[in-house]
Each structure stands twice: as structure tokens, then as C-alpha cells.
Design a protein around this ligand. Structure first.
Ligand code: KIV
Length: 287
């Protein structure tokens, strides 16, 4: 769809996630109902209140405060250095900027790997201090005890499988699940996450056929990123989607705007006006 055609969400289309009219917060029950209806839905990341408010007003039903904030917002090279303090602070801003979207906070590297109790302590902080409606954590089998305890405690969990960027130092950045054995492991990880009570599973950088098979096998929704068209939902990192990220973006990203060029042009125009004395003009001046 072109940018012009997508400027407004569709008029009220009943109880849909995207285009639905309600102003109450989307919950994990709405997400489950969308899978039953066969509705495909969009998720975007956000790391601040103002950007989140734009996406909320555009009807994006789920906003992820991803640990991609590390490379996309905080200037780190990877997601690994992101701390609980940073995640809590920025998640709270995203919650304040939104009225309708389900806000999902990511548990950063080192905040849940020690075990379920550590995961519960940090997830509780995101729910109580930041106000998120759900949390996300990486890993299938290895994160099951964490998922089980959080769900028992009443915290909805989104699982993240395939490429898990917090493991970049062992995994690198490449397509996962290509061998039969890896594909089998991914499918069983996804089912185990579902059985442990996860309400959705992110599938990052996995072959489209495998992602479609996982999607058919689960009753909870799959959210793809670089996982083809067969998943229930799609997520993109907002700075990639809007063309703010500098340098090369992953092949699976579609750029819907060129904010880097737009902002750069605005900054240069302002600088030239100041430099040449054209700003401030009379209309910007008090007497
Ligand atoms: O941190 C993040 O933005 C993510 C998405 C890529 C799913 O985990």
C-alpha cells in the first residue's frame, strides 16, 4: 500500500485490532481473538512517548519497547548493553504516549538469564513502574521456567525465537532453522513456549516455509520479522520502517518513509536561515 493510501486507518471495522474503534487498551485476549478471526496485524517498536503517540493514533495495536533501543535509540552497537533502568524509563514514556496500544516491554540481556526469580523481579518492575501490559523474552526451551513463573504471576509473556539478538556473540546475525534439526528445534521451542503460557511468539529471521508451519501448528499468534508472509502478524523496528536508521538496513525491512533525509533537510534549512539572518522573521518575534 502506498503512503498516501495508508494515511488513515480504515473506518471502524468492528472488533479488529487494526482499524478497530475502541479507545480502551488492547489486551492479550484481543490478540487471541484476532488469531481465531484470521486477522493479520502490525506491531512496531517505539522508544519514546511522541513516536509512540503517532503509532497509537495510526492504529498500531501492539507497540514493542524493544531492546533494539540499544542500537536504534541509545547509540550502542548491539542490544546487549541495554539495562533494566533504560528499559523501564523508556517503556514508561511509551506507555504515557499511548492510549490504545498494548505496550510490550522487552527484558534486556542479563535481566532474566539467571532464572525465573530474577525474571519475575524484573518483569514485575516493568509492569509496576513502567505500566507495560506484557513482556517479551528471548529463547524457547532455555526460557521456559521463566515463562511459566511469569504467566503464573499474571504477567503475559511474548516469546522470541529464531534469531535472538541478545545471543549475537554466539549466534551471529544469520537466518535460523535452515537444517532439518534446527527447524525441528524451532517448532518444538514454539510449542513449548505456547504450553508454558506465552500469548504470542516472535519469529525472527527464519525461512518463510518454517514460519508458516509454526504458525499453522500454534493456537497463539506468530509475529514475523524476516520470516515471510505466513505469520499472523508482522513487526518492524520503527527507525528501519521509517527510514531514520543510517547505513544499511536488513533486506527484510520495507522503508515507508525517508525520515533521515527529511530531518537532515529540515536541520540544514534551519541552519541556513540562522546563518543568513532569515530566522527569526517578524512573525516569530515579540515586541
Ligand atoms: O528489540 C526488538 O526490537 C525486537 C524486535 C526485532 C522483534 O526484538
Amino acid at each position: 500500500m502506498t503512503l498516501q493510501a495508508a494515511q488513515k486507518p480504515p473506518a471502524d471495522s468492528g472488533k479488529t485490532l487494526y482499524g478497530g474503534k475502541g479507545t480502551r487498551r488492547i489486551t492479550v485476549h484481543d490478540i487471541a481473538a484476532a488469531k481465531v478471526r484470521g486477522e493479520k496485524w502490525p506491531m512496531l517498536t517505539a522508544y519514546d512517548a511522541m513516536t509512540a503517540s503517532v503509532f497509537d493514533e495510526a492504529g498500531i495495536p501492539v507497540i514493542l519497547v524493544g531492546d533494539s533501543m540499544g542500537n536504534c535509540h541509545l547509540g550502542y552497537e548491539t542490544t546487549v548493553p541495554v539495562t533494566m533502568d533504560e528499559m523501564t524509563f523508556l517503556s514508561a514514556a511509551v506507555v504515557r504516549g499511548t492510549k490504545r496500544a498494548l505496550v510490550v516491554g522487552d527484558l534486556p540481556f542479563g535481566s532474566y538469564q539467571e532464572g525465573p526469580v530474577q525474571a519475575l523481579r524484573n518483569a514485575t518492575r516493568l509492569v509496576k513502574d513502567a505500566g507495560v501490559g506484557a513482556i517479551k523474552l528471548e529463547g524457547g526451551e532455555r526460557s521456559l521456567p521463566q515463562t511459566e513463573l511469569l504467566v503464573q504471576a499474571g504477567i503475559p509473556v511474548m516469546s522470541h525465537l529464531g534469531l535472538t539478538p541478545q545471543s549475537v556473540n554466539t549466534m551471529g546475525y544469520r537466518v535460523q532453522g535452515r537444517s532439518d534439526e534446527a527447524a525441528h528445534r524451532l517448532l518444538s521451542d514454539a510449542k513449548a513456549a505456547q504450553d508454558a503460557g506465552a500469548f504470542a511468539v516472535v519469529l525472527e529471521l527464519v525461512p518463510a516455509e518454517l514460519a508458516a508451519e509454526v504458525t499453522r501448528s500454534l493456537h497463539i499468534p506468530t509475529i514475523g520479522i524476516g520470516a515471510g508472509a505466513g505469520t499472523d502478524a508482522q513487526v518492524l523496528v520503527w527507525t528501519d520502517m521509517a527510514g531514520l536508521t543510517g547505513g544499511k538496513v536488513p533486506r527484510f525491512t520495507k522503508q515507508y518513509a525517508n525520515l533521515r533525509e527529511t530531518l537532515g533537510d529540515a536541520a540544514r534549512a534551519f541552519a541556513e536561515d540562522v546563518n543568513g539572518g532569515a530566522f527569526p522573521a517578524e512573525e516569530h518575534t515579540f515586541h
